[in-house]
Design a protein around this ligand. Sequence first.
Ligand code: FAD
Length: 287
Amino acid sequence: MVLIYAERSDDELYRQAVAFARALAQAGDVRAVAIGDADGYSPDGCGTALANLVRERAPDIVVAPGTDRGNEALAHVAAELDLPMAANCTAVTPGDPITLTRVRWGGSLLEEARLHGSPAIITVAPHAVAADAVEIEVESIDAAPGMVRVSETVQALSAGVSLTDADVVVSGGRGVGSAEGFAVIEELAELLHAAVGCSRAVTSAGWRPHTDQVGQTGTKVSPSLYIACGISGATQHMAGCKGAKKLLAINPDREASIFASADYAVIGDLHEVVPAISAEIRRSRSG
Ligand SMILES: Cc1cc2nc3c(=O)[nH]c(=O)nc-3n(C[C@H](O)[C@H](O)[C@H](O)COP(=O)(O)OP(=O)(O)OC[C@H]3O[C@@H](n4cnc5c(N)ncnc54)[C@H](O)[C@@H]3O)c2cc1C
């Protein structure tokens, strides 16, 4: 039997997990269970409730969508049952042990692996399979008492264009130098109706909020143009902007790895180059 954790924070990803589980079960049984969170989402409370159900029903495989909550809850299940968990799977072949393919390093690596132990605990990589239109019956159970609970949800402040929808993204890295240094990035972004992004070095330094971070542990963007200013081009950053159609990099270090992925390169100081681009845009528009 395949048991699905019906985590529906993203309905499309949930339906993809259903399709994945149904293909995996072949003619077998697929059951879905949702965890009620009337008092607020609790990751360990969900994990314990699911782990208890797994002990009781003994499924062969436990599947969840590859959402933040799907990954988090199944990690708790695996820890409670002292089993391994494989996140972000794109293909699974039943057997003993199960063999699987999973996405790693923000999409830059596909790993072939064997998963020992029973049940196999896996989450499905987003968009690895097409969503299933079939609606399966979902049993609802209560979360167990948890030590961690979401007490408040705060909407991200979004001024202007959102990173995921932007056609142009102007992104700054450590080379910007300070929070105040982003004034030139913001100015260019405004002129281009672009969103402002940044690297993790910038969010770690507290210069920009995490919602602006592009990369493996940030937002994945796919604009027509990505302008990387003072960003070295670490794989974890590139994992977030490799969907861009064109990449312009501005960096004084001609050896910086970002230039290997760039369509356009300006070897120079962003504090000179970026204001010069803005000035040129203004001049051409006023003319
Ligand atoms: C598990 C994990 C997850 C991670 N996730 C992410 C992620 O989601 N996103 C992310 O970005 N990183 C991520 N990182 C961090 C990543 O490895 C890099 O450390 C980070 O991307 C570096 O940021 P940076 O390019 O701004 O800084 P640096 O690597 O320090 O590069 C700064 C660049 O600025 C240039 N520069 C300096 N002065 C100027 C100037 N005046 N004008 C123009 N250029 C200048 C320098 O030549 C240099 O190339 C992750 C790391 C790990 C281990």
